[in-house]
Design a binder for this molecule. Structure first.
Ligand code: NAD
Length: 492
């Protein structure tokens, strides 16, 4: 056990507005449960339109000064925030395990990925520069200047409650905008903790704000004329709807959606290595990841060997509470989601997939949470629901294919395009994969295709609605507009 005493006190969550913790006006809310124990961790209130309006107003006022604060001044609170995140790394990870369920190691990795974005945003003085050209025309010098734009919001999902807010927040404020986070109501405590550190880091009042809430809160934000732009990460149907609503209301918008990711395993690869990476990529964070590789497309010559190797991986998995050292797969976020995953698994069986490993009857001693052991399906075909739809659970389906053409067709057979990975020692196949696989994050001999913070996070097809992605350079583009400045100084 990492920290048995890590159980949170009951939290009454509050918004963080204009540099202060404030009670929420809205009457609705919901209980946040520890998915491993079923214990209540607190209550998250849902902000109503009065809460949202007051927050946007404060953020607009803060923007007036913040946009023209010297850039060196703007990054100082981010440096302090980075140090505080390092100092509280373990406590944040424990909080994350308690409300989300992933393992402590996974939570530590998630927070690290978030910190990396703060680090990259500290480079804004260089990254925010635009181009210039002297003598662009006779007696004319011309330059492009980036301007901050106003108040931005980000609406984030439950599955990375520590990292995903940091895909946006550091870049928004470093570029001179003010920012409002609406975290997932299913896992809001990590965001609350992040804002305790934000408070300590000393951003000017109103520059960084937190509003808790649900659907109505999001819609008020998207329709508010004081909001310049919105970032969204979540499921595809909601992403599509957010994209439309924000665009209809004249806002910049980027909306990242759900996924169905494939690993391709060719005959010329190290099968043990591929099995270990693919199984981990499918089942880490209980499969609740937009980068989960939950379908392995396997060339027939190595299908049996690969199937045996992944089943071995599944047998070695330990399902349990994420704060227990030996746990490799934690619980699912809610009992309702667990039931949904079980239903899709049942559909897979009814559609004729072969169950090679069945973890559905898992029993976790001492805990009564939303536990589900890993399930490995064999003989999956492209038309099956388990091959087409996002499951978001610890499931891996194996699709046998006769050649590489069929493998690429299978990768491209769904409406999603978030990630795909190839396991091979063939440079020729890797080159084809790079050009033909329709996904925004591609890997070769890599399990989880997660870009570092200094690259954008890709996504195509129904996995992404918009033009500019999260992280790095794309965020600078999203949070600024470039004005052109043309000078002519004729000779006297
Ligand atoms: P979700 O779509 O249910 O919720 C995401 C956010 O949207 C939450 O803050 C929620 O309050 C809000 N929301 C939910 N329904 C809404 C509605 N009808 N109108 C307005 N707002 C609404 O997603 P989730 O279950 O929290 O997260 C899991 C999903 O996120 C998966 O599909 C996963 O693939 C996806 N995801 C994608 C990426 C990516 O980079 N593409 C990253 C992480 C997660």
């Amino acid at each position: 056990m990492v920290a048995p005493e890590a159980q949170s006190q009951q939290e009454e969550l509050r918004n963080y507005v204009d540099g202060e913790w404030v009670d929420v006006n809205g009457d609705d809310g919901q209980t946040v449960l520890n998915p491993a124990t079923g214990d209540s961790l607190g209550t998250v209130p849902f902000s109503d339109s009065d809460d949202v309006n007051a927050t946007v107003e404060r953020a607009q006022e803060a923007f007036e000064d913040w946009q023209s604060a010297p850039v060196e001044q703007r990054i100082q609170p981010l440096f302090r925030f980075k140090t505080l995140l390092e100092d509280h790394h373990e406590e944040l990870a424990e909080q994350l395990v308690e409300e989300h369920g992933k393992t402590f190691g996974e939570a530590m990795g998630e927070i690290r990925r978030g910190i990396e974005n703060v680090e990259v945003a500290c480079g804004i003085p260089s990254m925010m520069q635009a181009g210039n050209l002297n003598h662009a025309a006779p007696q004319i010098d011309e330059s492009a200047n980036r301007e901050s734009l106003g108040v931005f919001t980000a609406i984030t999902p439950f599955n990375f409650p520590g990292m995903i807010p940091l895909w946006f927040l550091p870049y928004a404020v470093a570029t001179g905008n003010s920012f409002i986070l609406k975290p997932s109501e299913q896992a809001p405590l990590t965001a609350q903790y992040l804002f305790e550190l934000i408070d300590e880091a000393g951003f000017p009042d109103g520059v960084v704000n937190l509003v808790h809430g649900s659907v109505a809160t999001v819609n008020t934000l998207l329709e508010h004329p004081g909001i310049t732009g919105a970032s969204f990460v979540g499921s595809t149907p909601v992403a599509e709807q957010i994209y439309e609503t924000a665009a209809e209301n004249g806002k910049r918008v980027q909306a990242q959606g759900g996924a169905k990711n494939h690993a391709v395993v060719t005959e010329s690869t190290d099968i043990e290595y591929a099995a270990e990476k693919v199984f981990s990529a499918a089942c880490a964070c209980s499969g609740e990841r937009c980068l989960a590789l939950d379908i392995a497309v396997v060339e027939e010559g190595v299908y049996d060997e690969f199937a045996e190797a992944v089943v071995e991986q599944a047998k070695n998995a330990t399902v349990g509470y994420g704060l227990d050292d030996e746990t490799t797969i934690g619980p699912l976020i809610t009992a309702e989601h667990e039931q949904n995953v079980r239903n899709v698994m049942q559909t897979g069986i009814e559609e004729g997939a072969e169950v090679l490993h069945d973890g559905r009857d898992v029993d976790v001693d001492g805990y009564d949470g939303n536990f589900l052991g890993p399930v490995v399906f064999g003989d999956v075909t492209t038309d099956m629901v388990i091959q087409q739809e996002e499951i978001f659970g610890p499931v891996l389906g194996l699709v046998p294919v006769s050649d590489f053409d069929e493998a690429i067709e299978t990768v491209n057979s769904t409406r999603f395009g978030n990630a795909a990975s190839l396991f091979t020692d063939s440079g020729h196949k890797a080159n084809r994969f790079k050009h033909e696989a329709e996904a925004g994050n591609l890997g070769v001999n890599v399990g989880t295709v997660a870009p570092m913070a200094f690259f954008h996070f890709g996504g195509r097809k129904a996995s992404f609605f918009g033009d500019l992605h999260a992280q790095a350079e794309d965020m600078i583009e999203f949070y600024t507009d470039k004005t052109i400045y043309i000078e002519r100084w004729p000779d006297q």
